[in-house]
Ligand binder design. Structure first.
Ligand SMILES: Nc1ncnc2c1ncn2[C@@H]1O[C@H](COP(=O)(O)OP(=O)(O)OP(=O)(O)O)[C@@H](O)[C@H]1O
Length: 533
């Protein structure tokens, strides 16, 4: 079976088959169990607001949805995942005052860290980053890829991973036992539901949100770093340890008493459950006296957007390769854990003084599953938005992030965003002018997309190579055939044919000289804030 298709469209990975008996009377299962059942597997929401009435509720809500128990009722045929207790109990009967359909969608959107953390298999890294070199050809002293990475192709070859579609279930007794005990599902009474449970590999990270949430006053606020649509980010110092951190104050979209935004819940949940060198680390969640929630993150000195703007010359080819590798490894990790970032852009890529690139801002990210349900279209900042989104598709998957990665690669090389549209139509126009107008031959099904118009301006040629020539005396960024091949594969119209993160990581460009620069050898950039020095 084609590995890429499988990764894109399989709802979840099953590592083992294990029957457990669940009482629908008590009905409590861990979300990992619930989500590992294809019938229970749902999809996530748009940017909904979950109603919570007090700080206690709010934190309880965070805890419930971040960690665990969800209620499953009914038979295996009709089982329904109910939202965390705090969500349903807040609005008894009407559950947040939504229509049944809305509630159903919201319930399905509850993101589960256990699922993220445990729905994976693990295998040794064969990342090209391990092979990257410094300018002088020496192997770097440190490599951040020393920890095992997911590798679906390896796993598939090993036969340890399978999806529900494949119907292959592996069983390892020790893991199976752990699954059983960790889900605590030994109930014998009532109507029993038989659910296969994936055997749980050790979580990537143990998240204990049930600990008391610390106060933001444990930190000294130093200066404001930046402000985005979803939060204000401050530089701060841990009073106890002296450690410098970034504090993201989560913005309430509406009056704070009305609720905690789902986007914030989703971001906290996803970031807390991930621990990867290319994904910004969230240390804890703290609150102030007014119940405002802050995410405490590792502090990163720069973001790529600002660096590109400030840098007099563009990044060298080996620097671009090094950054691209780090980015692709982060994206690969997300996609392998069934998470779409949905807002990859240079301002969401942070760089620290060790030359480490990390993806931040998971406010729009979501877990994905079956392609049959529509997702919200209002995702991805315009300049990085994939053509299928611009043309109104409601069914999309990992390919949308890969288009954004293509735009980022072009921007790193050229020092300016590739397609700078002002409106959605203008964005399409800008893309068509460079890549040519798509047609049924190169993108079957394009004419069926809601936004496709037969009267789009016909631009029959792909002019991308002119912007990234093999040799240049005109100041255009030079790109070898191999580099251009990768860029073209990232900026492929048909999402089905667009390269995956895994395949991109394996691309020849990363093995050709100049070799990717390792993070330890990236240049040192001046501090963004005077206070940082
Ligand atoms: N861990 C961090 N360390 C240093 N700076 C950070 C960190 N996280 C975020 N920032 C800075 O804050 C900015 C905004 O952060 P973030 O993107 O998470 O907020 P947002 O409100 O979700 O933004 P957006 O409007 O792009 O969705 C980033 O572009 C970056 O400059």
């Amino acid at each position: 079976m084609n590995c890429d298709r499988k990764r894109k469209f399989s709802p979840i990975v099953w590592n083992a088959e294990k029957e457990v008996r669940i009482s629908s009377k008590n009905g409590v299962v861990s979300m990992s169990t619930a989500l590992s059942h294809p019938k229970l597997l749902g999809e996530v929401v748009s940017d909904e607001v979950v109603a919570v009435h007090s700080d206690a509720d709010r934190i309880q809500c965070l805890q419930s949805s971040i960690i665990e128990s969800h209620v499953v009722s009914g038979s295996a045929e009709t089982a329904v995942v109910e939202p965390p207790a705090c969500l349903s109990s807040l609005m008894p009967g009407q559950r947040c005052g939504r229509s049944g359909e809305e509630v159903e969608q919201l319930e399905e959107e509850v993101v589960c860290s256990w699922n993220i953390a445990t729905s994976r298999w693990a295998s040794e890294s064969d990342s090209p980053r391990e092979k990257c070199f410094s300018d002088n050809g020496n192997m770097p002293k440190r490599s951040k890829m020393s920890s095992p990475m997911d590798s679906p192709s390896r796993t598939l070859l090993d036969g340890k991973a399978s999806s529900p579609e494949s119907g292959e279930f592996q069983r390892e007794d020790s893991e199976g036992d752990r699954a059983e005990s960790s889900s605590g599902l030994d109930s014998e009474d009532g109507n029993e539901v038989h659910l296969p449970v994936e055997s749980l590999p050790p979580p990537q990270r143990s998240v204990n949100m049930l600990q008391e949430c610390r106060s933001v006053f444990e930190y000294d606020r130093l200066n404001k770093i930046n402000e985005g649509a979803y939060g204000v980010v401050y530089r701060a110092r841990d009073k106890k340890t002296g450690e410098i951190v970034a504090l993201k104050k989560m913005k309430m979209k509406i009056a704070e008493t009305d609720g905690f935004p789902m986007s914030a819940l989703r971001e906290i949940n996803i970031l807390l459950s991930f621990h990867h060198p290319s994904i910004v680390d969230v240390k804890e969640v703290v609150m102030d006296d007014f119940g405002t929630v802050y995410m405490v993150m590792e502090y990163m000195e720069h973001d790529l957007k600002r660096l590109i703007e400030l840098k007099k010359r563009s990044f060298s080819l080996s620097e671009v390769k090094g950054l691209m590798l780090q980015l692709l490894e982060g994206v690969q990790h997300l996609h392998h854990n069934w998470v779409l970032h949905r807002d990859l852009k240079t301002s969401n890529l942070l760089l620290n003084d060790n030359g480490e690139l990390k993806i931040c801002d998971f406010g729009l990210s979501r877990q994905y599953a079956s392609p049959s349900k529509p997702y919200t279209q209002l995702v991805v900042t315009l300049w990085y938005r994939a053509p299928e989104l611009l043309l109104g598709t409601k069914q999309y998957s990992t390919a949308i992030d890969m288009w954004s990665v293509g735009c980022i690669m072009a921007e790193l090389l050229a020092k300016e965003p590739l397609f700078q549209g002002k409106t959605e139509l203008d964005q399409l126009d800008k893309i068509f002018k460079i890549l040519g107008t798509p047609n049924k031959t190169i993108w079957p099904g394009v004419s069926n997309l809601p936004g496709f118009k037969a009267n789009f301006v016909k631009q029959p040629y792909n002019l991308l190579r002119k912007k990234f020539p093999a040799t240049s005396f005109t100041g255009f960024p030079v790109l070898s055939d191999s580099g251009f091949d990768l860029l073209s594969k990232l900026l492929t119209y048909d999402p089905e044919k667009r390269i995956t993160a895994e395949a991109a990581l394996d691309h020849d460009w990363f093995h050709e000289v100049p070799l990717p620069k390792c993070e330890g050898f990236m240049p040192f950039f001046p501090a963004q804030h005077a206070q940082d020095r």
